[in-house]
Write a protein that binds this ligand. Sequence first.
Ligand code: SF4
Length: 472
Amino acid sequence: MGTNPSSRPKEECGVCGIFGHKDSAKLTYFGLYALQHRGQESAGITVSDGSHVQEHKDMGLVSEVFKENDFEKLQGHLAIGHVRYSTTGASNLVNAQPFTANHRGETFAVAHNGNLVNIRKLRDTLEESGSIFQSTMDSEAVVHLLAKECCTKNLKDAVHEVACRIRGAYSLLIMTRTHMVAMRDPQGFRPLCLGKLPNGGYVVASETCALDLIEAEYMRDVEPGEALIISKAGIDSFFPQGRQKSSFCIFEQVYFARPDSDIFGLNVYNYRKRTGEILARERTIDADFVMPFPDSGNYAAIGYSQASGIPLEFGVIRNHYVGRTFIQPSQSMRDFSVRVKLNPVRSFLEGKRVIIIEDSIIRGTTGRSRVKSLRRAGVKEIHMLISCPPTCNPCYYGIDFPDRRQLIAAQKSIDEIRDYLDLDSLYYLSLEGLVEASGMPKETFCLACFNGEYPVEPDLTFHKNTLGCGCG
Ligand code: SF4
């Protein structure tokens, strides 16, 4: 698992692929730009002109990894790209994606969002039959499997076989020199959508915000369990394991996806606003105003304000120009990482009773620093509402939650968390409210980090976290 020193959960990965455009690498670059929120550790693009494959990848943000002249060599009509935050495998260049390998005159490249839960077993089996792994990524196993299957089968049959061997969460883009394959796991944990380019080519991306940026028209989601093979002949769609019940990751709606995206058939902005409306129905508080810590609780705060009639204010100002700082503050400058980004408006907040809306509390350290900054600014009462239930369980499907020992809701009662954060009151949205905001049946979603019911059994000899919800 990747290391996550911050108290906020980390985005997982984003994928974008283009088929049938002469500037496929550039369009992929813009798609990745729109998906930057899904991973900031590394970025990469692999491109093919039908016979030659080129790639460029490095550690850093999309804007840091690619320079104008990189695109001189990235020529071709077919490209896949990836932005990464490591949930499996260490954070270094060898683990940056797309992962590309040559085998018997063919090239295979893969860009993966998700986590394979049977990776230990897969890797052992592949290594026993002679595969030599270059990285610690679970995604590399997909390349090895596909290359082996392609020795004896055509691409469609090989993809079918690979889909039947891998388990867990995957929204995958795979390319050969001539074909692009898009695959989504049978539960559809992570989003993946298909769009059409103005020139008739195709785009597949993690979120619709990537389509908007390159003026592609949204066609539909790649369905859970569906595989698409895109070539000059068009799109071939099939379901290697048949259609199964979905388990969409509800945390994508709560936290990860961009609010201007539509995922799982729902607009993220509207979903978050609705959670705020339901919070207002579930919890009435007498306060002077409601405010988010930008941007985490923005949309739920709008919903809460409109439903409760309590005014919405921005009592904390965000510095939008924070880059990476390599200069560490002295020990005496505690809570530096919070203060460098967010600063309370002291003269406005002094003596007020405020409701803070947050989208999650993971370890609790960020929330604690935020509350401390408000106390320093003279706020009289601080009530915190969370737009999801307590997160008591780790995720095995591609989200970098810490293990249960570090999840504050798995270790403390709600009253203890309230005291730890130094709040006047604390309330979490109910599980029913979380689902109600979607307008879809509960069974549609994975809710495991809240209720401990894992839709696909994880390999616990590989994932050392302990199962079960201790929040009671
Ligand atoms: S466990 Fe939580 S974060 Fe992971 S897929 Fe399920 S809902 Fe999403």
